[in-house]
Write a protein that binds this ligand. Structure first.
Ligand code: AMP
Length: 144
């Protein structure tokens, strides 16, 4: 059921976009917002969300916006690699609760991987120290 449905404008990412909830921002333009995941699966885990849409996931996202959104994902991924010197990056997104989606506003995860460091499970990570996230966000922003 969660794969399709009505967009709920009370979801946490919609609140962040409206300025009703905080986030640790990496960058923002007219089309997208990138910010730190507060339950990171690894050091530097970021999220990127499109603005001005009511898309629950990739399936109901306007096709004509995909290029702009994924250009921004590439820009963020490159900055993460440059800033954090990670050894690999997972770029992923989940569609529907059975696939692991918990927030129903389209978002893309950019998750750095480091050789010999385990990945925390999706939804199994610990809340991160905000000061650490701010420092990582600043480093990634400087590498854009
Ligand atoms: P998903 O499970 O793909 O829907 O991912 C939602 C992600 O959002 C998870 O990785 C959460 O840790 C993250 N998350 C939830 N609430 C917040 C928030 N307020 N700020 C930043 N990240 C969040």
């Amino acid at each position: 059921m969660s794969l399709e449905g009505t967009y709920d404008s009370a979801n946490i990412f919609a609140k962040i976009l409206r300025g009703e909830a905080p986030c640790i921002k990496v960058f923002e333009d007219d089309d997208v917002l990138a910010f730190m995941d507060i339950f990171p699966q690894s050091q530097g885990h970021c999220l990127l969300i499109p603005k001005n849409v009511t898309s629950r996931n990739l399936t109901d996202f306007p096709t004509e916006k995909i290029g702009v959104c994924f250009t921004a994902v590439q820009k963020l991924t490159r900055a993460v690699i440059k800033a954090l010197s990670c050894d690999g990056v997972i770029v992923t997104q989940f569609n529907g609760a059975p696939a692991g989606q918990t927030v129903f506003h389209l978002h893309v995860h950019v998750i750095p991987r480091y050789a010999n460091l385990p990945l925390q499970p999706h939804h199994g990570g610990k809340p991160a120290d905000a000061a650490v996230l701010r420092e990582q966000a600043a480093r990634i922003a400087a590498a854009l």
